[in-house]
Design a binder for this molecule. Sequence first.
Ligand SMILES: [Zn+2]
Length: 305
Amino acid sequence: MQVPRTLDEFYREFPDEEACWRAVRQMRWPHGFVCPRCGQRGSHRLRTRRLDQCRACRHQVSPTAGTIFHRTRVPLRTWLLAIFFVARHKKGISALQLQRDTGLGSYQTAWTMLHKLRSALGHRPEFRLTGLVEADETYVGGATTGGKRGRGAPNKTLVAGAVERRENSAGSLRLAVVPIPSREELGGFVRGMIDARQATVLTDGWQAYEHLASSGVKHRPQVQGPPARAAKILPWIHTVFSNLKTWLRGTFHGVSGKHLPRYLQEFSYRFDRRARESELFHFVLRRAVRGAPISYARLTAEAVG
Ligand SMILES: [Zn+2]
């Protein structure tokens, strides 16, 4: 598959629904069909019904079964177009914009598609942060003026972040919603994201991080002065938080705390692949094909945390 860079290339690569099914099928079974029921290789393609039938046990499988596209009523070509927009727009795309650009009949459908895609963009837990890691937390959303500042603010959602500090740039990023700024929550987040043998964690001098060293984490708290100095002590995580807030406001005009975790996944996913933007379409499509199905009911029922 050629990774489309322009809309013109997209339509040439995916001229019709059949081409999209072929691409998804190829990604699902890159080394040929493997039956999910009996494990045998080889299938007959039932083209008109877009199913593969196992040669051994005759089990019929859709290439989209068990993927993000599971039982979707949206044409695959619209899905691939959505992935194209997500991949090609540096700042992503809102549900309203997607609805307009694809001519989808319903906002809810566009919203659901984007959240299903985001649900497949989580970091892989086996990849842990190493080297120097800046960790901090921030409040996102809610009232931007008039509320209390600092560590405790109404209608805001607490986000913990950790990012690798490399020579002249940042490495990989992890973000998560945490319910309260306690040492259990913030310490647990940091411990869960780093490779403790290969990471040294840099934080400000706040007490929630004090116990990190006693739990086996190499920890270098930095004495903090005024807020301007905090940005110098932990430059990368401060930049990340600032860009995250600009992104949430600019592209989505703010998001609810309830759905924030999936936006954080998209943001971190983009951040970690910012040097490979041209390949993003392929990466996101692969995630979608390998991702687990998630229903609208579950997308809307998920709680913060
Ligand atoms: Zn079979």
